[in-house]
Design a protein around this ligand. Structure first.
Ligand code: MG
Length: 375
């Protein structure tokens, strides 16, 4: 039941290395299946967003986050008549390039690579599926379709866009990606805002009293308390978050449908040419969502207990990078070999960054303990 403006795999812009069409799957199903079987996907289990993985088994990891994003994104795609397979593929792959230790890890690596082209996690996700996964006899990477790769590359600097050719073109032309890519972007935001509220409360870094200053939370929590005055707090929190997700998802679907109709969108080409993203909240919910984000930045991401752990993470990433650059002998054989064949520092720094970016939190900590035993 795809709408004419959905991405249809029969009119895909194809794969970098042409392959025969799959027999019993769509092209985008094949993309999704390749992503699920990749090593980078499995490593998401031991990579964190905000909290360090070993602190508690109930907190989200990037793997559970990616699955939540896929779930939310597929619901939206189905409601709007968009391509669920493509949506799911993009959602499951969207964080593959993340470094260990969430955003601090990525900022630290970006800093290490300041003189060598920098580090962007979106670009790294693309690098994982295009180059770094070595699983197929006939091509490097996973050889995904253009549309999945386009969705993975959410943002990109102008400089990098120029080097990317076809895939970077839209950042230079200021055109839009498919609606499927646009909605995964929003589903990502919905998933992390809401699970950060949940994890924040569970860890007791946030309190319900504090959250009552956020209208998205207060609105639902008051309603839950009024309707179910006797349920335990933990259950009321789950019920509140469930309703918060439902509220913003419903708004997103209805408002996007209105925008698509209003703009007279008839094809994927119309989507691409439209001056802005068609998948968007109403002005009211957009404001409320910004309020929640601001709250999380102030009270959770900047919480002393979080930043203390993150400072430690920055130190680990920085010291690993320096150690591997100065002492390539401490790298695993396949990376050592790669470095030996490369002659510029820039290329070598990229190889070391690939190795570090691929690490899980616990692997990075183990490597650090091995290289700095007295630390
Ligand atoms: Mg994400």
């Amino acid at each position: 039941m795809l709408t004419p403006f959905a991405a249809h795999d029969t009119s895909s812009r194809g794969r970098r290395y042409p392959e025969p069409s799959p027999a019993n799957r769509s092209e985008y199903q094949r993309d999704r299946d390749r992503i699920i079987h990749s090593a980078a996907f499995r490593r998401l289990e031991y990579k964190t967003q905000v909290f360090i993985n070993h602190e508690g088994d109930l907190f989200r990891t990037r793997l559970t986050h990616s699955i939540e994003v896929a779930q939310i994104a597929r619901s939206i795609a189905r409601a709007l008549g968009l391509n669920e397979d493509l949506t799911e593929a993009i959602a499951l792959a969207h964080d593959l390039g993340h470094t260990p230790f969430g955003h601090s890890g990525q900022e630290a690596l970006n800093e290490c690579l300041r003189d060598h082209g920098g580090f962007e996690h979106n670009l790294q996700s693309l690098r994982v599926v295009d180059v770094l996964e070595e699983r197929y006899a006939e091509f490097p990477g996973l050889n995904l379709t253009f549309e999945t790769r386009e969705g993975i590359l959410k943002h990109c600097s102008q400089k990098n866009a120029r080097e990317l050719g076809e895939l970077g073109q839209r950042f230079l032309d200021k055109t839009q990606p498919s609606l499927e890519a646009q909605l995964v972007n929003m589903a990502d935001e919905i998933a992390y805002n809401n699970h950060d509220v949940d994890d924040g409360l569970r860890s007791e870094l946030l309190t319900i009293d504090q959250l009552m200053s956020v209208s998205l939370f207060a609105m639902q929590y008051e309603e839950v308390r009024r309707r179910y005055p006797h349920i335990p707090v933990r259950r009321a929190i789950y019920e509140t978050i469930r309703r918060m997700i439902n509220y913003v998802v419903t708004d997103l679907i209805e408002n996007s449908r209105r925008r698509i109709n209003h703009a007279g969108i008839k094809s994927l080409e119309d989507v691409r040419r439209y001056p802005e993203s068609l998948i968007a909240y109403s002005a009211e919910v957009s404001g409320k969502s910004r309020e929640l984000k601001r709250f999380l930045r102030q009270h959770l991401y900047a919480h002393e207990q979080v930043t203390r752990i993150m400072d430690e993470a920055v130190k680990i990433v920085r010291e690993l990078f320096e150690a591997f650059m100065h002492e390539p002998a401490s790298l695993p054989p396949q990376y050592r070999e790669k470095l030996r064949q490369q002659n510029g520092t820039r290329e070598q720094a990229r190889t070391v960054a690939d190795y570090i970016a691929g690490m899980t939190d616990r692997y990075a900590m183990r490597e650090h303990a091995r290289l700095f035993p007295d630390d």
